[in-house]
Design a protein around this ligand. Structure first.
Ligand SMILES: Cc1ncc(COP(=O)(O)O)c(C=O)c1O
Length: 423
């Protein structure tokens, strides 16, 4: 445990002794009028690795030189590209490589996972979700429930926020699972909640889900590449994510799913396409679907190689830095941010992010939040505003520094003072 001091010099020392400090140079850092800006929006869209262009150009070059034969080229065949991605991803999410399929985008993947893992039977037809889940998750759930001829109001059980109305406590989640244990078909929650930044106890939830006889899945949009997980060991049935936040895969890039290997040979309902066929049979063009018997059985279409290339650029950086090292830096940066924030007088805002979190912190303003946000942005900090009253910011270990965190909290203090004097 480091004992922190709140000075700029101390922040500089933290950067000097940071073994990952140089990784920041591997990214394009946003700037305005030639002045570098502090980017705390990795929770929204991760920064572009400088190597992304190289990896995209490589695909373009293969396409140019060899056309469709690039799929089976001697040098780096496109057929093998998926394997390259699942290896690092399996380290990041704590799974076996064949439990991952890199495919589609998140909302599409939620639908595909619901087809397989939401199997209402009689009374056991309820889905436990957090209240105020990301809107796309809510739309996916409700539309899929309606598609099955059921009524979302009868099926969805929302876990209320119960710590000052801002987070779901573990006790409340356990209570809800216990209360509905005879009726639960599925528990579908965030790994890290997008609005308040709360990290859910995925292991504990998975255990309780098993005891209740329900399937359990997670939306890992805000968790993947952010927090350490052990999806396989925790016996989670499925998970899905997007890769444009902490994974730095680029805007709208390819997402991913985890399907626990115990389901690879089971007779789950599944929507199928030719890319889910066993690799050795895929081009035999048979009428019957011969499953690849791993998570890629859920993959429908030809993979978008250009998006694979974007993700690959970033994953190579993750592996070079080392996932354990990144998690260690994330923990230290988190403690550093919490330490600096805890010294702040919080009559103007309250922190709605519990201690269990990833990189993100959300501050809820009692008044003038938008004004505070706008002034902070003017001063060169890129954070985000979530209606109606929240500023979110996320220092990430790959490209943020301890000094940037110090500068931001310092600026926040100044701006809050200025705004409160004017109000
Ligand atoms: C928690 C969560 N779920 C779902 C989505 C929707 O993702 P997509 O637009 O890739 O379908 C997002 C997007 O930011 C998200 O944060």
């Amino acid at each position: 445990m480091t004992t922190f001091q709140s000075s700029l010099e101390f922040a500089q020392q933290l950067d000097q002794s940071d073994p990952l400090a140089s990784f920041r140079n591997k990214f394009h850092l946003p700037n305005k009028d030639g002045k570098e800006r502090v980017y705390f929006l990795g929770n929204s869209l991760g920064l572009q690795p400088k190597s992304t262009t190289y990896f995209i150009e490589k695909i373009l070059h293969q396409w140019e030189e060899e056309g469709v034969e690039s799929f089976f080229a001697k040098d780096e065949p496109w057929m093998n590209y998926h394997h390259k991605l699942v290896q690092p991803l399996s380290i990041i999410v704590g799974s076996l490589p064949h439990e991952i399929s890199v495919m589609n985008q998140l909302t599409v993947n939620i639908h595909l996972m619901l087809v397989s893992f939401y199997r209402p039977e009689g009374r056991r037809n309820k889905i436990l979700v957090e209240s105020k889940a990301f809107p796309s998750d809510q739309y996916a759930l409700k539309s899929y429930i309606r598609h099955l001829g059921l009524n979302p109001d009868d099926v969805l059980v929302e876990i209320p926020f119960d710590i000052n109305g801002t987070a779901c406590s573990h006790e409340e989640i356990a209570k809800q699972i216990q209360k509905h244990k005879e009726e639960l078909a599925l528990i579908f929650l965030s790994g890290v909640q997008y609005y308040n930044g709360q990290l859910f106890d995925m292991q504990g939830i998975a255990k309780a889900a098993k005891e209740a006889g329900a399937m359990v899945g997670f939306d890992l949009a805000h968790a993947v590449g952010n927090v350490a997980m052990k999806l396989h060991e925790w016996d989670i049935d499925f998970a899905c994510w997007c890769s444009y936040k902490y994974l730095n895969g680029g805007p709208g890039t390819i997402g991913g799913v985890f399907v626990h290997e115990k389901h690879h040979h089971s007779h789950l309902n599944r929507l199928e396409g030719w890319w889910g066929v066993k690799e050795s049979e895929r081009f035999l063009m048979k009428d019957d679907f011969i499953s690849s018997s791993n998570a890629t059985s859920w993959q429908l279409s030809t993979p978008p190689l250009l998006l694979f290339a974007c993700l690959n650029a970033s994953l190579e950086i993750f592996m070079e830095a080392g996932w354990d090292q990144l998690v260690a830096k994330q923990q230290k940066m988190k403690a550093w941010t919490d330490f600096l924030l805890s010294g702040m007088e919080q009559s103007f805002f309250s922190r709605i992010t519990p201690i269990e979190r990833g990189c993100q912190i959300s501050l809820q303003f009692k008044k003038s939040g938008k004004e505070v946000y706008e002034r902070i942005v003017e001063k060169g900090f890129m954070v985000d505003w979530r209606e109606p009253d929240v500023i979110r910011f996320a220092p990430v270990p790959l490209y943020n520094s301890y000094v940037e965190v110090w500068q931001f909290i310092h600026c926040l203090k100044e701006v809050v003072n200025e705004v409160s004097l004017n109000n």
